[in-house]
Design a protein around this ligand. Sequence first.
Ligand SMILES: [Fe+2]
Length: 348
Amino acid sequence: MKKGILGKAFISVGVAAVSITGLLPISAVADEGLVNVYSARKEALIKPLFDRFTEETGIAVNLVTGKADALLKRLEVEGSASPADLFVTVDAGRLHRAKQAGVLQVSNSDVLNKLIPTNLKDSDNYWYGMTQRARTIFYVKGKVDPSQLTTYEALADPKWKGRICVRSSNNIYNQSLVASMIDANGIKATEQWAKGLVANFAKPPAGGDTDQLRAAAAGVCDIAIANTYYFGRLLKSNKEESQAVASKLAAFWPNQDDRGVHMNVSGVGLTKHARNADNAIRLMEFMASDQSQAWYGDENNEYPVVDGAEISATLNELGRFKADDIELSKLGENNRAAVELMDRAGWK
Ligand SMILES: [Fe+2]
């Protein structure tokens, strides 16, 4: 494996896979047999899909993977010299950042506009959600009776003092959850809520979602907030220790009597200077196909964005629920207010 120009690993996949020498891993010229992708999703969570696309279309996919913020910066710095045609990342808040940074352009795809529900894409079609995840409440079985749980809002109740684990406020998943609550309840009420939640923390925020689930299973807290696929990974793991963590926990679906569970997406946008836009749009449409949507479910325990696409067995085990159908663009629009509010509330 060679290193990309920012030192990020890159791979060339598909029928045109060749060993490339020189500084630039992928070329910034139009090529009708090619599409270049910058992905903040890990290789394992996207490459098999691209391989299948190549098999079906003969279009090779060059994939550069890296951290979301670094790839976004790279797109900005490269400007019109960027070889990237598509930017793949997680969280609507971050996709919105990419739109605001001016590195994306509108995709004109009737297929995507028909397949992707309005609330799961950018209002101007700069980006489209491709998979969904719920950010929900997990509780320790035997320690919490699910009848004690109702809403995200109710997690600020003093009865949960010292019992809640959640990661830090600099994590975009939490920022987007708070952004959705700002939309539902306003800034003032959400700030009050955040203060109450912080007062109920079992420990200062540290680590990722899986760490919060592990901490709950280990007795550090009784409740953890996490995205569903992290729990799905533990459930499906072939490690006994991970299965043991999952077996101690259960998912609770909050806000079923009002707006529903907070949802977010991983998604993709056509880059502003894409030279292979037709191929790029074809690849996006492929990602929204039924087979791709089902693959994401099986591989990473994510929910489809396309109505009627198959939901994986693992996700079915978690049960069905009412999902918040807020327009995800709003998560991006409320991001700054969310970050400031969490800071004022002392959410580290
Ligand atoms: Fe994640």
